[in-house]
Design a protein around this ligand. Structure first.
Ligand code: BEZ
Length: 253
């Protein structure tokens, strides 16, 4: 089955998922960046959290694989570069690497991503991150799979995300030479600023994009119908069933 990539549009992202950077602040706290430190923001997106690091006095480079997001980050006067997280080109030049809500999209080879982070850090450098963990958006994933399967497609093959358990991701980090100081799953039901339709448009193209265009609206309606009883309250407010995997790891000095 041909893969369908998410089409990242910064304006849509800010409207439907502006909470991502706001809720990413605990990762900044975990990294505990000090003024003057060199920090890489891996998967910087539109740069909202990168800007926070700059405001703390860090020297920050952001990288992201989505051109429209990099353009938005640059419009915020950030040093943002177009780069695939699987092929980081930095060598021993950062005191810390931060990543928020990005690693689950880098699912082709998580070990290569972690190895690139390790190469980018100085000895003793730290890596703090948050990503979707095992069970993340499970209800949404199940509904999307069901809707594709009802139309004769292999729904499980469409899942574009990597949501590891703490044990799995600890092994990835240790394989890249890190000592893991903390790693945990955190259930974080997240009220959506618009609705689940907006969330699906922002993130779920790899599923619905596999369907012929004329059938997509009906498929989206089916997803909403399946999820409304568990994710939408009586006042019409949607909450996504997020589960975060948060970690802090360090290279030997
Ligand atoms: C997340 O941040 O966990 C996430 C966002 C969009 C799609 C899947 C997961």
């Amino acid at each position: 089955m041909t893969e369908v990539a998410q089409d990242w549009q910064a304006a849509r992202y800010e409207r439907h998922a502006g909470f991502v950077a706001e809720l990413g602040r605990p990762v900044v706290d975990l990294l505990a960046p000090r003024a003057g430190e060199r920090i890489l923001d891996l998967g910087c997106g539109d740069g909202a959290l990168t800007l926070r690091l700059v405001e703390l006095g860090c020297r920050v480079i952001g990288v992201d694989a989505a051109p429209d997001m990099v353009a938005r980050a640059r419009a915020r006067s950030l040093d943002a570069r177009l780069m695939d997280g699987h092929a980081l080109t930095f060598q021993r030049c950062f005191d810390g690497v931060l990543t928020n809500a990005a690693l689950h999209w880098m699912r082709r080879d998580p070990a290569a991503v972690a190895a690139g982070v390790a190469r980018a850090l100085v000895p003793g450098g730290r890596f703090a991150g948050e990503m979707g963990g095992h069970g993340n958006v499970a209800a949404i994933v199940t509904a999307l799979i069901a809707v594709l399967e009802a139309r004769g497609l292999d729904g499980a093959a469409a899942v574009p995300w990597y949501f590891p358990t703490p044990e799995e991701y600890r092994a990835v980090l240790e394989g890249a030479g890190f000592a893991v100081e903390r790693i945990e799953l955190i259930a974080r039901p997240t009220p959506l600023p618009t609705d689940l339709g907006g969330w699906l448009a922002t993130f779920a193209e790899p599923f619905l994009g596999r369907l012929p265009e004329v059938t997509r609206d009906a498929a989206r309606e089916d997803v909403l119908r399946l999820l409304r009883p568990s994710l939408c309250d009586r006042r019409g407010r949607w909450t996504a069933d997020y589960v975060r995997l948060r970690f802090l790891a360090r290279l030997p000095a």
